[in-house]
Design a protein around this ligand. Structure first.
Ligand code: ATP
Ligand code: MG
Length: 393
């Protein structure tokens, strides 16, 4: 029945050059997400994007668009010519498909050349609906069916539903960030939320073969594959850093309670070096304040001290359940809970320090060749390009 989708977007603060960048990225990402479904049938007009529907497959298109950041809402619409007869006809078609006992008609007359004012259009269409559907009544406050009409230069658009989009900014409209991606629940969610603000992501995973096996790496690749479904071209770059030598070196330090602190400091140093080399402007982690020993304020502060690069921690204030809810929604949860070991779980000390001080960390590291270890890990880091996989319902 529907011919077109109206795709709404935009943050109020967007102006001038930023607006074009935002719109260009969004159209490009929509084109990619829909490639074979709506090729060449995407156009920008009146501050919206219109996607023409070919085979009544609007449900599938809406699902695909749910992975595209920058969209605030979507309405499937009927499109007709700017005459009262055509609008009345489309109104009946739409009402036949609508469920409910009460309704309301609202009209927006963007095209001021249309000779009838919006109040009159609404009133006449309301009367027309009541004539054909005598069982319905009007309720202007809480209608079951909210019939909306937009009168524009190229015709009238009619719709009765508005589906929320993912919000945020189109991926590619901001700079690049490097996500420290473990196989857990949190870091994929942190990556998703960062992409939501337009950031182009690359992943970095620390891998400790033979302490962790190939399958734990496969799990991270699988998580990257799911996250890639939200990326601009359906692809993400994943760096896999060989962390084993560093872990062996850290094993020798006598302050066993500091092991996680030292490990995280090494991770950040490597991430910083790689990010600088790759032109990424920020690091991203899945830290949530107080969740584990390495996420107390003291730990975060001591760990953070190795880099002056901004670190984004989008989950910092979230409870585990809130994070899990997002993980389920974005389809990373089922993969994250697969029981494969991470390099940190293998080496976790019995009593990790919850208040590691910077001087203690510096003292523990004073015997290590830090630049040499970082250099060695970077030189053994490999990258792969991972293509998307999102299961649509
Ligand atoms: P997650 O569920 O993301 O693993 P977590 O609650 O288990 O988080 P930690 O294991 O302490 O917390 O890790 C905190 C953050 O450090 C992770 O969110 C991730 O950003 C980073 N991190 C931990 N382990 C790795 C790893 N092996 N490779 C890359 N990043 C890691
Ligand atoms: Mg973890």
């Amino acid at each position: 029945m529907y011919q077109t989708l109206i795709v709404r977007y935009g943050e109020i603060s967007l102006k001038g050059k930023n607006r074009y960048k935002f719109e260009d990225s969004l159209v490009r990402n929509i084109r990619y997400a829909l490639h074979e479904l709506a090729h060449g049938r995407i156009r920008k007009a009146f501050g919206r994007i219109y996607v023409d529907i070919q085979h009544d497959n609007w449900g599938t298109i809406v699902q695909r668009l749910s992975t595209v950041f920058g969209i605030t809402s979507i309405s499937p619409v009927l499109h007709c010519s700017l005459t009262m007869e055509a609008i009345e006809q489309s109104t009946l078609t739409l009402m036949e498909q609508s469920q409910g006992k009460t309704f309301k008609v609202s009209t927006k007359r963007a095209n001021k050349r249309f000779p009838i004012d919006s109040m009159t259009v609404s009133r006449e269409l309301g009367a027309h609906v009541l004539n054909h559907f005598p069982q319905l009544t009007v309720d202007v406050h809480h209608p079951d069916i909210n019939l909306q009409i937009e009168l524009r230069d190229n015709g009238a658009y009619l719709f009765n539903s508005t589906i929320p989009g993912s919000g945020g900014m189109p991926v590619g409209s901001s700079n690049k960030g490097l996500l420290l991606l473990s196989g857990g629940i949190d870091s994929p969610v942190a990556g998703y939320l960062t992409m939501k603000r337009g950031v182009t992501l690359e992943g970095l995973h620390f891998y400790s073969y033979p302490f962790t096996n190939e399958r734990s790496k496969d799990k991270v690749i699988e998580l990257t594959r799911i996250l890639a479904g939200y990326a601009a071209q359906g692809k993400l770059k994943l760096w896999v850093a060989y962390f084993t030598e560093i872990q062996k070196a850290l094993e020798k330090n006598p302050y066993s309670g500091l092991k996680i602190t030292l490990m995280r400091r090494m991770m950040l140093r490597i991430a910083h070096t790689l990010a600088e080399r790759e032109g990424a402007l920020a690091l991203i982690t899945g830290d949530s304040l107080g969740q584990v020993a390495s996420q107390t304020m003291e730990s975060i502060s001591t760990i953070n001290a190795v880099t002056n690069m901004p670190i984004f921690r989008p989950l910092i204030s979230m409870d585990k359940q809130e994070i899990i809810d997002i993980a389920r929604r974005i389809q990373t949860y089922e993969t994250s809970i697969l029981p494969h070991e991470d390099c940190c779980t293998v080496f976790v000390p019995k009593n990790p320090a919850t208040r590691p001080r910077l001087e203690q960390a510096l003292e523990a590291e004073s015997h290590l060749d830090i630049p040499g270890l970082v250099e060695e890990a970077i030189s053994r880091t490999e990258s792969l390009i991972v293509s998307h996989k999102i299961d649509f319902l």
